[in-house]
Design a protein around this ligand. Sequence first.
Ligand code: NAD
Length: 338
Amino acid sequence: TAEVEGVPVAALERHAELAELAEEANWRYYVLDAPTVSDAEYDTWMRELRALEEAHPSLQTPDSPTQKVGAPISTDFTPVRHLRRLESLDNAFNDADLAAWQARAERLLERDPAPYLCELKIDGLAIALVYEKGRLVRAATRGDGRVGDDVTANVRTIANIPHRLEGDDVPDVLEVRGEIYLTVEGFVKLNEQLVAAGKPPFANPRNSAAGSLRQKDPRVTAQRDLKMICHGVGPWEGGTPPPATQSGIYERLRAFGLPVSDLFQVVGSLTEIGEFVENYRQHRHDTEYEIDGVVVKLDRIELQRQLGSTSRAPRWAIAFKYPPEEVNTKLIDIHVGV
Ligand code: NAD
């Protein structure tokens, strides 16, 4: 068979085709907030891309969709360079993937990486908030991880995001990361309103949250009932130094008046991680927001630092993804109601 620098032409062509499909989908999903393929289909393309790159490593160039986060931002908002890169997460789809992640961490660290913090993977969009001397000065979307959209005015309309942090030990500079979401109820209501107004409904709660946040007119955002939950921090300068664990950081953020979930749990073993994953698989629809899995993180910040990140995701965290649900019955109801 024909080859170019050791790579069969068929593999080269398939790689280029998939990369183009993924780039197009990324743009529709992240920039337009209106995907035209299902997440399941998109994930199959990405899996095939990764397999091709494993078989032919020269295909894994820095501009491959497998190496990147999100998509370049649109021109509708002012671009903001993040203080520190925002990342995606690697995925686990079964216990073996989870065990492989844990084993790699143990091998690289040359020690037991426990304890682990387990929390829910909220299906919203990532946000980075910058507080200077306790005052909210900027909010930006993840964008491509380095540069995001400035959505400060819109974020100021979100009720559970404080404009000022509480307490007398707030850092001089603090970047808080988290997820902005619309409740499932809010999503269904919004789609009903859009359909009644003859407008296209959003495909899922995540797109509806992204579309609601990235509005030119913050007054529209203000009507959308968005909420936030914190799931990390970036730079933390001055004031009392940050706690040494992820769970400790959450407690501190809570004391600052920031929204933190009550549903995280610190556990000591893979078995217990498995129990957490199973529990929320059963109770997937009991939360007010949509979840698409569980995120597991090393609790100790020092170990997180030692493991670092790949080009797109931290090695110290993993997303255990639940299988996508066939149909969103609530969405179907709306369509049927049209
Ligand atoms: P992701 O959604 O799989 O996970 C990373 C994100 O999870 C983080 O950026 C963070 O914002 C969020 N998150 C939620 N809860 C968290 C928690 N507790 N701790 C840490 N982070 C948490 O990855 P992604 O890069 O944002 O998106 C990739 C996925 O998006 C794909 O797997 C696919 O399902 C979907 N997608 C679909 C299309 C399409 O056309 N249908 C296109 C592009 C992407």
